[in-house]
Ligand binder design. Sequence first.
Ligand SMILES: NC(=O)c1ccc[n+]([C@@H]2O[C@H](COP(=O)([O-])OP(=O)(O)OC[C@H]3O[C@@H](n4cnc5c(N)ncnc54)[C@H](OP(=O)(O)O)[C@@H]3O)[C@@H](O)[C@H]2O)c1
Length: 285
Amino acid sequence: MCVRPPVMAVALVTGASRGLGLATALHFARMGGRVVAGVRDPAGADALLRVSAEEGLALDVAALDVTDPTSVDTAVAGLLERHGGLDVLVNNAGLGLAGAIEETGDDDARLLFETNVLGPLRLCRAVLPIMRGQGRGVIVNVSSIAGRVAAPFGGVYSATKFALEAMSEALHYEVGCFGIRVAIIEPGAFATGFHDSRLVADPDDVSAYAGRRRRWEAAAAGLPGRDRPGDPAAVAAAVYEAATNEDHPLRRPVGTDAELIAQLRHDLDDASFEHTVRSALDFWD
Ligand SMILES: NC(=O)c1ccc[n+]([C@@H]2O[C@H](COP(=O)([O-])OP(=O)(O)OC[C@H]3O[C@@H](n4cnc5c(N)ncnc54)[C@H](OP(=O)(O)O)[C@@H]3O)[C@@H](O)[C@H]2O)c1
């Protein structure tokens, strides 16, 4: 018999220095949670700490680089010592990459998998013994609609998010009987620094793919939801809902574009989906 907890108390959010992670950490704290905000560089967490102090939130910052096993273990040990347990892990830290498959080098691909796949895996390994010992816990993994559907020039990024979704789905089966729930959030386009901080495989924009990549990205930017990237607060609320609603589905797309793409992918076979995408973006060559 699996017993699931209703509400979170202590939450760890990775990649909380800015963007969706910052919004999520503040949202959890505003909803009454005790939040450990994992950031690579605590000296750069001024904005988070200022808002937290102004609002009297129960939020502290921990140094956490998800690509560094020692950093992960130290952050989780510190959290355990300070709070005595952990109810929610939000694997949010992530990195993007724009570029064709052929032009993506090993170093960029490795960094992407280190950050988006091995990072969450390390965090899961570190917190699961705590959650199993408690007999409760929730892990929310921030994927992407690109974790459901791969688009040209986003293949390696999609590969990391497909991998994250596969791990999450398997984990969901493995840990449910310990009272641990797993949820995947799949945002569409949201207004953060994600686009500007992504890796670019062809930064000089000169490869054989450059013209088609520019054309694809310009057309995709005009799709419903992409034309006006959403407010990170919507993702923060969706992550909180995933953490606190026992009946939350395993996967949830968030944002107009993500919901539309997920629905089309669900309704159409491969050929019909491809035809719809090519027609919508006028991308036939
Ligand atoms: N924004 C979107 O449109 C969108 C859409 C779909 C999915 N997502 C996903 O949402 C998540 C958050 O993205 P975002 O939009 O908030 O992007 P963002 O504004 O670029 O923020 C990324 C965050 O991840 C952190 N990070 C990167 N590498 C890290 C590492 N090795 N260890 C710890 N933290 C690290 C960054 O920390 P620093 O400040 O130290 O760099 C930053 O806090 C990502 O997983 C992304 O794939 C975003």
